[in-house]
Design a protein around this ligand. Structure first.
Ligand SMILES: [Zn+2]
Length: 489
């Protein structure tokens, strides 16, 4: 029933700038009115996630930051008795304070919220609150049975509004109409005080069990409430979806008062992610000036994070030598992180030193085998260095472990292309599209694979079989839609 959690928490971000309407409603498949099975939830979540990845301008593919959010989220989820599904955490580059959950366990966090958190426990408190809304099926319980019939329409509408953010030149009037509808749906769906209180209560439990400072929730929510007063009617998204009343703040205060005080230092990752986001703001010169002054005035307690931020800023400004000079100080500061190695390799690449970059990344992969960003950078750099055979081998090994990683699947297709293996290239590219839910594109790639002059009998048979399989799947999904399209002039 988590399908509805999405609507409640998701619509607010949709309402930020829905200027125009997309051409057609994205295909959500046949959502049955009464039965929202976990599979259907996953399907709906994936569909919306696909729209976000493909069309949402604020979605940034940053494997370092999403890697961090997923580690933080996984630590909380691991301590929830009710979490029975996978979660995926991702960031949108958006200065407003917002976080939201979607069906299928997708939880989005705005960069503005990460920047506004003054400690890792504060950031964790928002994630814990969101996770609790999901595990408690709050939206399902809120909507109640009588409105369930509307749900497929509401979901399509929400996805359309999301898509509309990315498109221009559409029907503005209809876009405005959709925005109005979305706003009314949102009002209808605002979480009740009881659900907010329950998400707070369970969120505090998650924080406590996961070893974070529960006072983080009190301090953060109190600051968020103050922001809210300043904004008045134009409150940031998080406050609109999760109304922060004085009563709620007092409630949180009472709960955490009884818990033992715990001083929890921020992880280095948290500090580095914030430094990276900060270093990406404004002009490169502004960013260099900001971190230089921070270092001189010792504004932050973490010299490591300040120096890393300065290195990122120097890199943006094209001053690669200065950036490297900041990074070489990390061992002296007894700090190590995959983020340093990734930046160091990137700086080597920007100075046309591909062997230097590869050396750093090969060592980093041994040291941080779980860090997806390192694997991505190594394969990508191997391809840039015309070492496609090794890139191919790493892709194949990696996909054994992470078969649904569309990014590595894409690098696999690039590796085949670099090696002139056309059948395999199109076959791999087809699987990228399958993972992205783009069946028509996948089918046309397999048709290209069929026409490829290379490949043996066995490989061609595999392509034929996969093509048949996808055509059946596509036909099943497209049936109700096709009629619709034929009706149009
Ligand atoms: Zn809430």
């Amino acid at each position: 029933m988590r399908i509805k959690t999405f609507l409640l928490t998701f619509l607010p971000i949709l309402c930020l700038a829905p200027a125009v309407l997309a051409e057609g409603l994205p295909d959500l498949g046949e959502v049955s009115q009464a039965d929202f099975s976990p599979i259907m939830e996953k399907h709906v979540g994936e569909t919306i996630m696909r729209e976000i990845r493909l069309h949402e301008p604020s979605y940034v593919f940053d494997p370092e930051i999403s890697g961090y959010l997923n580690r933080l989220g996984a630590r909380l989820v691991a301590n929830s008795a009710d979490a029975r599904q996978d979660f995926e955490f991702f960031m949108l580059r958006d200065a407003t304070l917002n976080a939201f959950a979607m069906p299928g366990g997708y939880i989005g966090v705005h960069s503005g919220l990460i920047m506004a958190a003054q400690s890792e426990s504060e950031l964790a408190s928002v994630l814990a609150h969101e996770i609790s809304h999901v595990t408690q099926h709050h939206l399902a319980r809120q909507i109640g049975a009588q409105s369930q019939a509307q749900l497929p329409m509401l979901l399509s509408l929400a996805v359309a509004i999301l898509a509309a953010r990315a498109h221009t030149g559409g029907d503005v009037a209809q876009g405005a109409l959709m925005a109005g509808q979305a706003a009314s749906i949102q009002t209808q769906l605002n979480y009740s005080r009881d659900f907010e209180r329950e998400a707070d209560r369970l969120g505090i439990q998650l924080l406590e069990r996961s070893g974070y400072d529960t006072r983080g929730m009190g301090s953060f929510f109190e600051r968020l409430q103050k922001f809210g007063r300043l904004y008045e009617n134009n409150a940031p998204g998080y406050l609109r979806t999760h109304p922060l009343t004085t009563e709620r703040i007092a409630d949180i205060g009472n709960r955490i008062q009884s818990l033992p005080y715990r001083q929890v230092p921020d992880s280095l990752d948290f500090l580095l992610v914030r430094a990276k986001l900060k270093a990406g703001e404004g002009t490169p010169q502004d960013a260099v000036a900001e971190f230089t002054s921070q270092l001189h005035e010792r504004k932050s307690t973490s010299e490591v994070a300040m120096r890393y931020g300065l290195a990122v800023a120097y890199s943006r400004a094209g001053n690669y030598t200065a950036a490297e000079q900041e990074l070489v100080q990390m061992p002296r500061l007894k700090a190590s992180s995959a983020m340093f190695e990734l930046l160091a390799a990137d700086l080597r690449r920007k100075q046309q030193d591909l062997p230097g970059a590869l050396k750093i990344l090969r060592t980093a992969l041994v040291r941080y085998p779980q860090e997806r960003a390192v694997t991505y950078a190594l394969i990508d750099t191997l391809l840039a260095a015309s070492q496609a055979q090794e890139a191919l081998r790493i892709c194949q090994d990696d996909l054994q472990m992470y078969p649904s990683d569309a990014y590595v699947q894409g690098l696999l297709a690039k590796s085949y292309a670099a090696l002139g293996m056309h059948l395999q290239q199109h076959r791999a590219q087809a699987e990228v599209y399958v993972l992205q839910g783009l069946l028509l594109e996948a089918i046309s790639q397999l048709q290209l694979a069929q026409k490829a002059s290379d490949g043996d009998f066995y490989e061609h048979s595999q392509v034929d079989a996969r093509l048949r399989e996808l055509k059946v799947k596509q036909a099943a999904e497209a049936k109700p839609k096709k009629q619709d399209k034929q009706d149009k002039p």
